[in-house]
Design a protein around this ligand. Structure first.
Ligand code: TEU
Length: 576
């Protein structure tokens, strides 16, 4: 592929905004669209190309907007369609594209489609959702009468009993997020129409929420019950099976995505970006999803590398094993080398802060945040920066369950404690893994509301905003912010960053992350010390590299064969 044939997004960096927590313009304690528009210069200074906006649609906010009751409007909480038009115009004026969150595996139970669907068994929209009778031989509404034993991602069964009709509807997430029935062609047509409406309005693409869950294997059947739950702690009837095999990358998923592409994206490929969020996706499946010849999506979010510190569930927190992380990311680099494309991320609104998770958010916060950015951005793929990551924002010091807001965290606490778990242990897991770690307000300055709001924020501001904030970091050339800015600049300046091939080095080294990139006669080496002790990396030919051009580092004047604590360097040499 010649350089000019590379799609535009191969050299781009995407920045994710979680509107609720980014910037509040009217003092109600909740971020809004006008707030984002007022902060666009921050993003422009950072140098990003695309802004992905988490949902701003009308919503009962059961899952902070991932439960949508109207796909073609803006929730008054966030402003109006006019505010959104203004944001799009102001972003475009700065050369920033806008990608919308597309949440179409489910709607809100307050969406008119579902309201109609549940109104009677013969309503024309009944079949737009997954309605099923109780398990044969059971009493509807009793525990265990659910049509299958699937658990929901937010605790409890994935089926909700509807008193009026006696049937159940499927909700893989909260009971206020009923799953749409994509088997029904009218559902698909309605979604395609809605997507075209957004493109006509000027948006530049879609991040597709749990899009690999839209095709379900029929008929829905019981899933395997994880053995760990048989410990006698979970009462019979409350045990949930794993429905994943029946809804992750189901039988018609490629057909549905190819159809969506043909109906919505075809003809606009040169300007749009599509990225499918796909929990549980394998490299082999991702090759198919992102193969340009198949016209499905440009790239996917995979989850393997954010599961390397988890055991049986996300609440079973394990220490990071660097070799496992490298094995995973290395395999994805290799798997999508020939065709397809990776998205690269450490953080989003569902993940704990990476500097607290894989770095050192205490003594070496700044340095380890820079290291993590460096390692990620030097991989092959499109990097995503989540708001505050460019500041090295950390997990929050949540003291008690009342400090949490996220439905997943709050439900998990309640269920786990009901089933006999020790509340302190559950809290410890929440502190490490809760999605709320990502959702504390963006830290703009040292003022009491962190520059996020003049009112009372909907979730507590992290007290470390007095040191960790955008104002201070923009003023400091050695900050995490300027390091991220340089990484983004480097991707533009050096074609090997975007397009070079990838070779992992030192696979078995427990603390050093090292790899090369090569394009034509240019070779880059990234070498990073994931530890609080100095280390002499065993990189083959290191002496030769030490004389090469040092493109980027996080320890001033460090050039010798030893890497300091959490040091990362990027070298460049030309063999031509
Ligand atoms: O998340 C999908 C998902 O599977 C997980 O990342 C989820 O957040 C959960 O933590 C599993 O443990 C997407 C959105 O990103 C998330 O915010 C929504 O809550 C979810 O879908 C439902 O729309």
């Amino acid at each position: 592929m010649t350089r000019s044939e590379h799609p535009w997004w191969t050299t781009s960096v995407v920045y994710q905004v979680y509107p609720r927590s980014f910037a509040d313009s009217d003092g109600d304690g909740i971020g809004d669209l006008a707030g984002i528009t007022a902060r666009l210069d921050h993003l422009h200074r950072l140098g990003i190309d695309v802004l992905w906006l988490s949902p701003i649609y009308p919503s009962p906010q059961d899952d902070n907007g991932y439960d949508i009751s109207d796909y073609q409007d803006v929730d008054p909480l966030f402003g109006s369609l006019a505010d959104l038009d203004e944001l799009i115009a102001q972003a475009h004026a700065r050369g920033i594209k806008i990608v919308m969150d597309l949440v179409v595996n489910h709607t809100s139970d307050e969406h008119p489609w579902f309201v109609e669907s549940r109104s009677s068994t013969d309503n024309p929209k009944r079949d737009w959702y997954w309605w099923r009778p109780a398990r044969p031989g059971t009493t509807p509404g009793e525990p265990g009468a659910e049509p299958t034993n699937w658990g929901s991602f937010f605790s409890g069964p994935a089926w909700e009993h509807d008193e009026a009709s006696g049937e159940y509807y499927l909700h893989l997430f909260s009971r206020k997020q009923p799953d749409l029935n994509w088997e029904n062609p009218e559902v698909r047509r309605a979604i395609h129409r809605m997507m075209r409406w957004w493109l006509d309005r000027g948006v530049d693409g879609f991040r597709m929420d749990v899009i690999n869950m839209i095709s379900k294997e029929l008929p829905p059947r019981d899933g395997v019950v994880p053995t760990a739950e048989h410990d006698g702690v979970v009462p019979p009837g409350a045990i949930h099976g794993d429905g994943g095999p029946f809804f992750l990358c189901g039988p018609r998923i490629h057909e549905f995505l190819a159809e969506m592409h043909a109906e919505v994206v075809a003809g606009h490929e040169a300007t749009l970006l599509t990225v499918g969020e796909m929990p549980g996706v394998t490299v082999e499946e991702a090759q198919l999803f992102t193969d340009p010849e198949r016209h499905e999506v440009d790239m996917v979010f995979q989850f393997e590398h954010v599961g390397v510190d988890q055991g049986d569930s996300k609440w079973d927190v394990l220490p990071l094993r660097l070799t496992v992380l490298k094995e995973s990311l290395g395999r994805w680099q290799e798997g999508l080398a020939k065709s397809g494309w990776n998205s690269l991320y450490w953080n989003n609104h569902d993940q704990p802060r990476v500097v607290s998770r894989f770095g050192d958010d205490d003594e070496h916060r700044v340095r380890s945040a820079k290291l993590l950015g460096t390692v990620l951005h030097l991989h092959r793929g499109t990097p995503y920066v989540y708001q505050g990551e460019e500041l090295g924002m950390t997990n929050a010091p949540f003291a008690a369950i009342d400090d949490f807001r996220d439905i997943e965290s709050v439900n998990h606490f309640r269920h786990a404690v009901e089933l006999g778990a020790d509340p302190d242990q559950v809290l410890a897991a929440l502190r490490a893994m809760s999605r709320d770690n990502a959702r504390t307000p963006m830290q703009w300055d040292a003022s009491p509301g962190a520059g996020f709001t003049t009112g009372t924020p909907w979730i507590g501001v992290n007290p470390n905003h007095v040191e960790v904030n955008a104002e201070a970091e923009v003023a400091d050339p050695d900050s995490v912010f300027h390091h991220y800015r340089r990484l983004i600049e480097l991707r533009r300046a050096e074609p090997a960053v975007a397009h070079g091939d990838f070779t992992m080095l030192l696979e078995d080294d427990p603390v050093v992350y090292a790899f090369t990139r090569r394009l034509d006669d240019v070779e880059l080496l990234t070498v990073a010390n994931f530890s609080g002790e100095p280390v002499r990396p065993d990189v083959p030919g290191l002496d030769g590299w030490l004389g090469a051009e040092l493109l980027l580092g996080n320890v001033p004047d460090s050039t010798g064969p030893e890497l300091a604590e959490w040091e990362a360097r990027v070298y460049r040499r030309s063999t031509g």
